[in-house]
Design a protein around this ligand. Structure first.
Ligand code: NAX
Length: 329
């Protein structure tokens, strides 16, 4: 048995970081063979073909086959896992509406091509920005594929939040759990520490002992640091997040396929949970059970947290209204 994985934008930076880790077994484990389909636009084909040559030179025992194409029907043929990384970046002078329209022109046809060519139980993870709304457009264009099969990556935001909290508390990052991201993968996102645990115990007392006024610290330090981490990376590194984004993508897909033993975060299609309008692709605390993401329900949400969530959801509604007005939904 093997799994067919399609990576769009495979000739780009995140694509390059993803391919070798997937081939090495970091996504599905050391026993699952993989077949890779690298989908690019004509300008990116050379870079994808070069990566394919390097994959060959890696002599990865798990890698059965690599195909490079600029044809979505070929790229998504028989695909079990689709990682939609390729997107149109915001260019100089581009308004938000232009960006949404340009990406709608990518993710609508890709959703249709997934419906026509992918395996019936395909799982789709949208990384390319604006990720939530791109996932919404792809899901709406994929006739016959349940919308629960379309997700947007917010795991990088969660990983950043857990890492910041771990650093503040001076504990190992893998002991920090339950720090979900709510809302949009954008500066309005709400990283929520109110349910956080360290080694299974609530983090709240330890946090108060270290930072004092927790609400003030959240407002002035923690939330802006997490929400603006992408900009910080660009400033320091001179280029956007790549390896950490690829790593989070693997975390997301691995958990979706293999299940979780605690909460994590993912952009999933809302069924109206926590008052988020039905149909929006919104990040929630989720668990992966029997191969499906399920929103963790019944959590206590303070008025302060609710305002934060509502602000990010309002942005998602605006994006949905804008793409609806453009005829993309
Ligand atoms: P790059 O510009 O390095 O690569 C993008 C690649 O996509 C290019 O090779 C391009 O030719 C290709 N492409 C464009 N349109 C395509 C189409 N229609 N079909 C197939 N391929 C297409 O960008 P990279 O640094 O790899 O980032 C990729 C995307 O991830 C961007 O949209 C970026 O904003 C987004 N990110 C999302 C993150 C998240 O957490 N959701 C975090 C990291 C990153 O910012």
């Amino acid at each position: 048995m093997s799994t067919t994985i399609t990576i769009t934008g495979a000739g780009g930076q995140i694509g390059y970081a993803l391919l070798f880790r997937i081939a090495a077994g970091d996504l599905l484990g050391p026993d699952e063979k993989v077949r890779l389909r690298l989908l690019e636009i004509p300008q990116g084909i050379g870079a994808a073909e070069g990566a394919a040559l390097e994959l060959q030179d890696g002599a990865f025992g798990l890698l059965e086959h690599v195909e490079v194409s600029d044809d979505a029907a070929v790229g998504f043929d028989g695909c079990d896992l689709a990682l939609l990384v390729g997107a149109r970046p915001r260019g100089p002078g581009m308004e938000r509406g232009d960006l949404l329209a340009a990406n709608g022109g990518i993710f609508g046809p890709q959703g249709a091509a997934i419906a026509a060519n992918a395996s019936p139980d395909v799982r789709v993870t949208v990384v390319g920005n604006p990720a939530n709304t791109n996932a919404l457009i792809a899901a709406a264009s994929a006739d016959g594929v349940p919308s629960s099969r379309f997700t947007a990556l917010t795991r990088l935001d969660e990983n950043r939040a857990r890492a910041q909290l771990a650093q503040t508390l001076a504990v190992p990052v893998d002991t920090v759990r339950r720090v979900p991201i709510w809302g949009n993968h954008s500066a309005t996102q709400f990283p929520d520490v109110s349910h956080a645990t360290v080694a299974g115990r609530p983090a709240s007392e330890a946090l108060e002992a270290i930072v004092g006024d927790v609400p003030a610290w959240l407002d002035s330090t923690f939330i802006p640091r997490v929400a603006k981490r992408g900009a910080e990376i660009i400033e320091v590194r001179g280029s956007s997040s790549v390896a950490s984004a690829a790593s989070a993508t693997l975390d997301h897909v691995r958990d979706w396929v293999h299940g979780t033993d605690d909460w994590t975060s993912a952009g999933v299609v809302s069924q109206g949970q926590y008052g988020v309008p039905e149909g929006l692709v919104c990040s929630f605390p989720v668990q992966s059970i029997d191969g499906e993401w399920q929103v963790v329900e019944g959590l206590e949400v303070s008025d302060w947290a609710r305002q934060r969530i509502e602000a990010s959801v309002a942005e998602l509604v605006e994006e949905r209204d804008a793409v609806t007005a453009l005829g993309l939904l």
